[in-house]
Design a protein around this ligand. Structure first.
Ligand code: ADP
Ligand code: MG
Length: 212
């Protein structure tokens, strides 16, 4: 079942270093790993800047669910929207929406990297509306909810999408430093001064550790 999920790679919760990510409460992750949220058709939304482990955690929760026998599908938002647009052009939108409604757990990665047209956003809304209270969607985004209006090109559609998504959901706001940069810095490839400014979408500045 995991083979059909189209995961980019497999990562597990056991491989996640919580000590590196103090903004995350391990208790909340432990609770989620019990998969009660899947049974209740609730959503999980992972927010935060690049490299903090959003995709890792989304995949890990999806893998847990697949191991428990739930049908899992992973898609970037970009691929999902392209598939919906193409299906509509080819007069098979309903069937495509049905295919994306079918998986009990759908991981939608990278909301917010590419802005959408209103038409694309309304196709996305139709999918979210179909899955609402019927299945679990796990989403990742580098944008805070306040910026979703811009992402979806329309405040009204964004509000309708958020309304459905957030009604039964857990949001994890991950702050802090990119794990990728941390590893590079350890290897001496990056120094403090050459680090690009973190692209933070939180009100708070990134938490920098002082171990150097
Ligand atoms: P994001 O989706 O937030 O941009 P990723 O989940 O792709 O970030 O994480 C980037 C890389 O760093 C991945 O290889 C991931 O497994 C690893 N990683 C991120 N955070 C952690 C962590 N706290 N513990 C272990 N590995 C991590
Ligand atoms: Mg990612």
């Amino acid at each position: 079942m995991i083979k059909q999920a189209r995961l980019p790679w497999i990562k597990t919760l056991e491989q996640f270093d919580f000590s590196f990510q103090p903004s995350l409460d391990p208790k909340v992750i432990r609770e989620l790993s019990g998969l009660g949220f899947v049974g209740r058709n609730e959503n999980v939304i992972l927010l935060g800047p690049p490299g903090v482990g959003k995709t890792h955690l989304a995949v890990a929760l999806g893998v847990k669910a697949a191991e428990a026998g739930h049908r899992l599908l992973f898609l970037t938002l970009d691929r999902l929207v392209s598939a919906l647009v193409k299906a509509r052009q080819e007069n098979r939108l309903d069937r495509q929406l049905q295919q994306f409604t079918y998986p009990k757990v759908l991981v939608l990665d990278e909301i917010g990297y590419l802005p959408m047209t209103r038409e694309e956003a309304s196709l996305f809304f139709r999918l979210i509306n179909r899955r609402y209270e019927r299945a679990t969607t796990i989403l990742t985004s580098n944008k805070s909810f306040m910026d979703w209006g811009e992402v979806f090109g329309d405040q009204v559609i964004a509000t309708a999408i958020l309304d459905r998504l957030l009604h039964h959901s857990t949001t994890l706001n991950i702050k802090g430093e990119s794990y990728r940069l941390k590893e590079k810095r350890k290897a001496g490839l990056v120094t403090e001064t050459t680090l690009p400014k973190e692209d933070t979408h939180n009100d708070q500045p990134p938490i920098m550790d002082n171990e150097q």
